[in-house]
Design a protein around this ligand. Structure first.
Ligand code: BF8
Length: 649
């Protein structure tokens, strides 16, 4: 059969990406899109999860004629082991990120911050209170040291379950205890899971899948939650902030520096470095008008949430940014940085700089970020980018025009303040809006892009379909960037796209119908928000009763597998735009897509069509509303002073 022609317009949704994909073809550059095209016939055994290479008697694959591998493992065992290992990969990525931040907090507390400090004392005090750490008449350093040591214990604990689990509603905690999935220390969970999936250990698929839930909880209610708490203490809890998104943010006459990856320690220092007068002078001395610092992927989300720094693009725009020919330097750290970057950059003047010894890329320059001399180290990178400006070839430069403004920075504290005001910060108005039916429910749309499907298409269609039906959308990761690029993260978007009830709420509060809650570790903020809604009252007493659903429309990463798994374990149904690699085992598929309902009152749902997904989700929200007895639309009651006094009694 003849190969289908490669049509850029079928691959991407936004104008900037389309323009760059066409330029990539003209410049003869391979991108993930063309490589996906080359990889069209992907391995069916891998896709079904029935390929096993855990020991060297294999690799084995399960077929009708060979239903067991050499060791005797059947499809159930192999699929469950592979699934657990994916959850382990995702959990370890988020948690190692969290660990680095905790160790940084410890150094700061010991007076060895070298430029890092406790930026948000109220975030520190809130965290200390949550963990029962004494705060009165103590210095912030002493409090921070206790907190850092407690968090280190969360990684190393051998016999005690995670303290961070106690931040969940009580019913959630008892469901985890009852199902034996309350995790011990994060590191112990990762090691134990790897042990259990080596040859000849744990073979019972249900036992393995339960361990996947347990490990994922060590991510969502452990490593990710800790990463989020510490980042807020060190760099400030996010507040609503105006930003700009898409490749059109690149400056035609500025030194363009992209920061790409996940951990905020380096990007925070870069935000300071590019504003230093001596550095700006240096940039101007080379003939540039200044410096444009922008982010790719989750580092972009981190810098946006705290500083309003521009988001150049999402995961699948990392190569496209280089193809503009206008990027002097792309600085990478960990996770989601494609190994192809130096190859793409070799056709332009862009220098790819790797910055951590745990993540090197062949062909990239390696300038390890010096944490003990952070600002100078960041400045050195910026200086090198400035020096590279003269090498930009104007004939190779095309900067797309497309860019959109957005409001980001919706941490949980910020949402509470936005809803209830500074003095009465509270989720009450949101709960009331859900109870009255003005808001049908809350849906978290999260995760990646994947060149298997047209970039952003599923995310954007689903978002609009749900907003139209009065569903408030919470977003993180690259799914958030997709909405930002569409202008859906502006308060005005409510007027144009939202149903009447949601529009009214957004107009009253001045918020967008789609809230940017941050990076992928910030999915823990969605769990935090769900917990706050439960605690606020009127919508049941555990997360699984809320009219709330999670969706990963275009996911690709092991991290997304871990996130989906801890969402389900936390009682939130999860819709996947493409299934996990589990189809080779009917038992594992049934367990994850059906029978987990009995364990956590939530399960996975595969749905490859965004319109069908919208219907599925709306039905799930309606069912939750019915179970709560709030399915009849109530007229909004206008309270008079007497009513208000009674409420406040
Ligand atoms: O952690 S959403 S592509 S950038 S994995 Fe990666 Fe996926 Fe983007 Fe952030 Ni998350």
């Amino acid at each position: 059969m003849a190969k289908k022609p490669f049509i850029p317009a079928d691959q991407v949704s936004d104008d900037a990406s389309l323009e760059m994909l066409i330029k990539a073809q003209a410049d003869h550059i391979n991108t993930c899109y063309s490589r996906m095209d080359d990889q069209r016939n992907q391995c069916k055994f891998g896709k079904s999860g029935i390929c096993c290479k855990i020991c060297h008697m294999g690799p084995c694959k399960i077929t009708k004629n060979s239903p067991r591998g050499v060791c005797g493992a059947d499809a159930d065992t192999i699929v469950a082991r592979n699934y657990l290992r994916e959850v382990v990969g995702g959990t370890s990525a988020h948690s190692d990120h969290g660990r680095h931040l905790v160790l940084k907090l410890k150094k700061v507390a010991q007076g060895k911050g070298n430029g890092y400090e406790i930026k948000d004392e109220s975030a520190l005090h809130n965290a200390a209170k949550m963990y029962g750490i004494e705060t009165s008449e103590r210095s912030k350093e002493d409090i921070a040291l206790d907190l850092a040591n407690l968090f280190i214990g969360e990684f190393t604990s051998q016999e005690e379950t995670l303290k961070t689990l106690t931040l969940a509603p009580l019913k959630q905690q008892s469901s985890w205890d009852k199902n034996h999935v309350s995790p011990l220390g994060i590191d112990r969970m990762v090691v134990e899971s790897m042990h259990r999936t080596t040859m000849g250990v744990d073979h019972e698929y249900r036992n393995l899948v339960l361990q996947a839930f347990r490990t994922s909880l060590a991510d969502g209610w452990g490593g990710s939650r800790i990463a989020m708490i510490v980042a807020d203490i060190l760099f400030g809890a996010p507040q609503p902030v105006l930003g700009t998104s898409n490749l059109g943010i690149l400056g035609e006459n500025t030194v363009n520096i992209m920061v790409h990856g996940h951990e905020p320690e380096l990007s925070e220092m870069l935000t300071v470095a590019v504003q230093a007068p001596d550095i700006i002078e240096e940039a101007k001395a080379t003939g540039a008008e200044g410096i444009t610092l922008a982010g790719i992927c989750c580092t972009a989300n981190e810098m946006l949430m705290r500083h309003g720094i521009a988001v150049a693009g999402s995961f699948l725009q990392q190569e496209l940014a280089i193809i503009t020919g206008a990027v002097e330097m792309m600085i990478i750290d960990v996770q989601c940085c494609m190994p192809s970057l130096p190859d793409v950059a070799s056709s332009y003047h862009t220098e790819i700089v790797s910055t951590t010894d745990i993540a090197k890329t062949a062909g990239a320059s390696h300038l390890a970020f010096d944490h003990d001399n952070g600002l100078e180290s960041a400045k050195n990178m910026v200086r090198r980018a400035i020096a590279n400006y003269k090498n930009r070839d104007p004939n190779k430069v095309t900067i797309p025009e497309a860019k959109k403004q957005l409001v980001g920075g919706f941490g949980v504290a910020a949402i509470k303040k936005m809803l209830g005001g500074t003095f009465r910060a509270s989720f009450r108005p949101l709960n009331d809006a859900i109870i009255s039916g003005r808001i049908k429910g809350v849906v978290g749309i999260v995760g990646c892009n994947n060149p298997k499907t047209k970039t952003d298409a599923y995310i954007n269609i689903l978002t609009k379909e749900l907003v139209k039906e009065n569903v408030l959308i919470l977003k993180t990761g690259c799914a958030a960037i997709a909405s930002a690029k569409q202008g859906m993260m502006l308060p005005e978007a409510a007027l144009e796209f939202a149903g009447e009830g949601l529009k009214e709420v957004c107009e009253t509060v001045g918020m967008p119908p789609v809230l940017h809650m941050g990076s992928c570790v910030d999915n823990a903020r969605i769990l935090e928000a769900a917990t706050e809604i439960v605690i606020e009252g009127g919508l049941g007493d555990d997360i699984s009763q809320l009219p709330a659903v999670g969706v990963a429309p275009e996911w690709m990463s092991e991290k997304a597998v871990a996130i989906g798994t801890y969402f389900v374990a936390s009682g939130i149904d999860v819709v996947l735009g493409q299934p996990f690699y589990i189809a080779g085992s009917e038992n594992v598929t049934n367990l994850l897509n059906k029978n987990t309902k009995e364990l956590f009152n939530a399960s996975f749902h595969d749905c490859e069509d965004p319109y069908e997904a919208a219907i599925l989700i709306l039905n799930m929200l309606d069912e939750a509303r019915k179970n709560l007895g709030i399915d009849k639309k109530k007229e909004r009651k206008l309270f008079d002073m007497k009513d208000r006094r009674e409420i406040n009694v």
